[in-house]
Design a protein around this ligand. Structure first.
Ligand code: MN
Length: 409
């Protein structure tokens, strides 16, 4: 629901929230979990300009799990209270601000379960074509959002170094493999969605209620070791090629903040099947989020942009992922995380991973230093950025998701 909290004329008494290029104007109000210094107890925070508002002190939120467990109506009411607090200065309110630049971030909340989807048809087609040139999409792709159960324990917050994984690697499809550090380390540009309050076991979430079980979104990097993946993935799907690390941005940008950027999903191409009734809704639940990948090698002083995508181009929406995930009765719990799958578009500049961008290394990326990249090298930093814009509304940002590759040894 669009309301006064989305008014583009709304201003905060925190001046840095009123500058044009901030990710965190008063219309955004994303949540994060942070400490002021190592050893401090974790607090729930809300970003406003370049400051963090201590939401644990201001709104008695013990942790963000409390927010994840709220109903949609309760979350909306909390947004109204936070918006009011940050537009109407009260005595002593300054003391609850802390500079974002000095904060130590944690994961937003404990993540019980993590599921990664494969919802970009452009990504699925590009990758499928490498393995099956004549038949890139398998018959199920247009009927259900394909996914796999990921690993929650190795999800880390932006800025955490990513150690190059080792695993079994085979030069020939028939083997034999050797065990050693991956030579084909990749990123995957994705959007993560925190879920809540979720459903009891045995009770599917219908499409009309699915959006109400999405608390908010973050940037997600599904780091992938392509050589380990090639050897291990059949017949049961990704495993150790993915579970060594997944990075997420610290901010949870709420569905309430994203309301002005919801759109009708793009119509399916002529001849494609319509979703079965339990995955059909027709509500405008695609999200217009511009996503970018930036890369900086150890020799580069600043990063360059290597791709840009649009989250609204996915074949399946987050609501359809939630409805499908629970359609067998599987229960979702507060703080569960889903990943969208690599966000790629129709053009080369929209390819959301190096596997696609360099065509498995056949077309290396040229860096300004004269270096080439087929896959990631030690010392490389990958930075994701995301933001939303729509006519008549204030731009809001998702912040950044960063990770530097460190050596296996
Ligand atoms: Mn993925």
């Amino acid at each position: 629901m669009i309301d006064h909290t989305h008014d583009p004329a709304l201003k905060s008494w925190v001046e840095s929230a009123n500058v044009a290029d901030t990710d965190f104007p008063i219309q955004n109000l994303p949540f994060a979990t942070y400490r002021r210094f190592p050893g401090d107890s974790p607090r729930a925070g809300v970003a406003i300009g370049d400051q963090m508002l201590d939401a644990t002190a201001a709104f008695q939120l013990a942790s963000l799990r409390d927010v994840m467990a709220m109903t949609r109506a309760e979350r909306l009411s909390l947004r109204h209270r936070i918006s009011h607090y940050l537009t109407t200065r009260t005595a002593g309110a300054d003391e609850l601000l802390f500079p974002i630049a000095a904060a130590c971030f944690e994961l937003p909340c404990e993540i019980g379960d993590y599921t990664d989807f494969y919802a970009s048809i452009h990504h699925a087609t590009n990758v499928g074509r490498m393995f099956r040139p004549d038949n890139p999409l398998l018959p199920n792709y247009k009927w259900l959002p394909v996914g796999y159960h990921g690993r929650a324990s190795s999800i880390v917050v932006s800025g955490t170094p990513i150690r190059r994984p080792s695993g079994q690697i085979a030069d020939s499809p028939a083997g034999p493999p050797v065990y050693g550090p991956t030579r084909r380390l990749d990123y995957e540009l994705e959007v993560g969605a925190f879920l809540g309050p979720g459903n009891p076991l045995g009770r599917p979430i219908p499409m009309v209620e699915a959006a109400g079980h999405i608390v908010g979104v973050c940037l997600l990097n599904d780091w992938s070791a392509r050589d380990i993946q090639t050897w291990e993935y059949q017949p049961l799907g990704p495993f150790l090629a993915k579970s060594f690390a997944t990075s997420i941005s610290p901010w949870v940008v709420t569905m309430e903040a994203l309301e002005p950027f919801r759109r009708m999903p793009e119509p399916r191409p002529e001849g494609d099947p319509q979703p079965l009734p339990h995955l059909a809704g027709g509500s405008p639940d695609a999200l217009g989020i511009t996503l970018e990948v930036w890369l900086r090698s150890a020799r580069m002083s600043s990063p360059i942009r290597v791709s840009r995508g649009d989250f609204a181009q996915l074949y399946w929406t987050l609501s359809q992922m939630v409805a499908h995930h629970t359609s067998n009765g599987c229960n979702l719990r507060p703080g569960d995380l889903i990943g969208s799958g690599t966000v790629s578009g129709p053009e080369k500049e929209n390819r959301g991973c190096l596997l696609e961008l360099t065509r498995r290394g056949a077309e290396p990326l040229e860096l300004p230093t004269g270096e080439q990249r087929r896959f990631l090298e030690d010392g490389d930093e990958v930075i994701f950025r995301g933001w939303c814009e729509a006519p008549g509304y204030r731009r809001i940002g998702l912040g950044e998701c960063r990770g530097v590759i460190s050596a296996w040894n």
